[in-house]
Design a protein around this ligand. Sequence first.
Ligand code: C5P
Length: 324
Amino acid sequence: MSASNPTVIVTATVPAKLNLGLAIVGRRDDGFHDLCSVMQTITLCDHLRIEATPRPDSRPIVTLLGVAARNGDVAIDDPGIGASDNLAVRAVTTVLAALGSGGDFGIGLEKGIPAASGMGGASADAAAAILTTEQATSVSLGDDDRGRIAAGLGSDVPFFLKGGTALVTGRGERVDPLPAIVPTSFVVVFPRLLVPIPRKTARLFGALTPDDLNGGEDVRCQVSRIMNGEPIDPALLGNGFSRALLGIAPELGDIRRSMDKVCGQPVVLSGAGPTHYVVEPDRERAEWDVAQLQVAFGDQAMVVRCDPWAGPPEITLGFRRPTS
Ligand code: C5P
């Protein structure tokens, strides 16, 4: 290693998402499903760090330096995914191959977003890994290649490149940005003690019946409200996975009933779960709800108040130190 190869440290604060309504429209010939959803990034975050020593003339070596729980409170293992298949590692490897860049790239993750929670943590990390790798190599992929790589990594990844509020359709790769929603709090509950469901998303898609499908009319009504600057209507926040998920994990019924009793607002499923949330426009009331639910659930669940997060991951190009 020579002093001309400095290490670049790039860090990213990576927001989770909630689905503000999720319709599953139908099964496609390629085995995926067409979706119609409003996705919203929120202020529950992972932190990703890339330590890069680019060397244009050598092969890329991508290493997972570590995955840590940020507050000792979050699940960091997705039961369906081994460490070698970490989506952020795959993202960095894919970007380096597309750019033809080489060198040593170490990735560290601090998880604030529970894994396999329906809040898109792994997809968010993958999107952030794409953006930070471009920063670390000082080469831009361009919108088309970036979007193609994101969609190849997972259906939710393209949304996280831009974040904010967006209508997401197709299998997840069509992302139409929307204006920011009227500010509101989300009371977010992740049932921590639930037995993890291996390959949860694929399994839930497989458990859908024709009654779980719809054309996304409610989602499109919500989109009209957002475009008109009206507040989110909780009555339009249905999720096509709700019935199938309750069939696989009936104990979620108790969590939903407790949330309903405390918050007095519709209880909504995010993604393929098991995270549920309520929309509470009044911040003080949301804080009160969180305190009540923390007492009610104890170790059973992580309960947090979140705000909407306006855009993509926040990226900081750190210091460069010469290596010897
Ligand atoms: O793309 P992702 O890795 O998130 O998808 C995991 C699995 O979920 C897919 O293999 C597919 O079985 C299912 N899926 C689907 N329709 C989508 C997204 C995912 O059927 N729009």
